[in-house]
Design a binder for this molecule. Structure first.
Ligand code: GTQ
Length: 345
């Protein structure tokens, strides 16, 4: 590989003249924007333990009333990007949000797509474009770009959920903004009941709906049953995994990030393929371990970790008699659309 000239090799007067004209020489920085053979991600392997995070989130509930927070969230930030950037990876943002009984997180819409994976508690709900979506452990609720959403809580214990947004990407594109509104009226109708079974979709008036997002809530009970059914049907299948999709089109549920649920059989050790997108792993049920590059994280229920793109990841189930269930989020829809999706053997 060529040894390229350094900035210091250039006369100071010349560098100053370039700066005056808003010009930059490429060659001193060429290798940092186009490193050899493999990207050099800022994203680092990180583990956020729920046991450590939970008391701090509950303390935020005492320190900051909801009307002083709008969204009471502790952001799961990757130190590789700098904590202040509030990124888990280049395109993914993660936050743990707390809603106390009786609280209300007011209605708004924004350009980033969001998703909620419910971690703890019952009785809360998100209203998405008028559809009331109850929140229970493991449920997944979409609030795609531009959809009105607000969170309420009629239960009697704290509710916590994981927010996954493509905020870092949309912000980088200088396309991020939000709009407030009054509380929404609840509309009758419910996507998860309309699209209650794989392979068949409602066709009122002999046509499919043309809704961009026909289904907003994916109940955990259904997802878990699907994984268990696949595992029982194919006892030798290595990957017991499902993808959250748009039930009308079969495409990924959202445009930028992809969402999956994965089951590890008792004692299973599963190396993931090495791929270009970063991935976030959240343990819904069970006891697991994640080995990412040369770091090993012991995962307990509700723990979350992230792996940079192109890294080696091996997930293990630490239990000898119970399955482990993961929720995964990654950047693969984005990479595929951009034509940069890659796997490495
Ligand atoms: O619940 O609407 O974690 O707007 C960050 C921004 C959650 C939300 C976040 C948001 C929300």
């Amino acid at each position: 590989m060529l040894e390229l000239g350094r900035l210091e090799d250039l006369p100071v007067a010349y560098r100053d003249a370039l700066t005056q004209q808003n010009l930059v020489p490429l060659w001193p920085s060429l290798r940092s924007v186009l490193p050899p053979n493999i990207p050099q991600p800022k994203t680092r392997p990180v583990h956020w333990a729920y046991k450590a995070l939970r008391p701090l989130l509950l303390e935020a509930g005492e320190l900051t009333p909801i009307d002083k927070a709008e969204r009471r969230v502790l952001v799961l930030a990757n130190p590789g990007h700098g904590l202040e950037k509030m990124q888990a990876s280049s395109a993914m943002y993660l936050g743990m949000q707390l809603l106390m009984p009786g609280e209300w997180a007011p209605a708004h819409r924004h350009t980033p797509n969001a998703l909620r994976m419910i971690v703890e508690g019952d009785g809360a709900y998100t209203t998405v474009n008028g559809e009331k979506c109850p929140m229970s452990r493991g449920d997944l609720i979409l609030t795609p770009t531009g959809t009105w959403h607000e969170h309420g809580h009629d239960g009697d214990k704290p509710v916590v959920w994981l927010d996954v947004l493509d905020l870092p990407l949309v912000h980088y594109l200088e396309a991020s903004y939000h709009v407030d509104r009054d509380p929404q009226a609840i509309q009758p109708g419910n996507g998860e009941r309309q699209y209650c079974s794989g392979g068949i979709v409602p066709t009122p008036a002999f046509q499919r709906s043309d809704k961009a997002y026909p289904m907003m809530r994916y109940p955990w009970a259904d997802t878990k049953a699907a994984l268990q059914s696949i595992a029982a049907d194919q006892p030798d299948q290595e990957f017991v995994q499902v993808t959250y999709i748009n039930p009308e089109t079969g495409a990924d549920a959202q445009n930028i990030l992809g969402f999956y649920a994965l089951m590890l059989r008792p004692r299973q050790v599963l190396p993931l393929p090495v791929r270009s997108p970063a991935v976030v792993m959240h343990l819904i049920e069970g006891a697991a371990e994640a080995r990412i590059q040369d770091e090993t994280f012991t995962l307990e229920e509700a723990d979350t970790c992230c792996a940079p793109g192109f890294s080696t990841v091996t997930l293990s189930n630490r239990s000898v008699d119970k399955p482990a269930f993961f929720f995964l989020a990654d950047e693969s829809p984005l990479h595929r659309k951009l034509g940069v999706y890659e796997t490495r053997g």
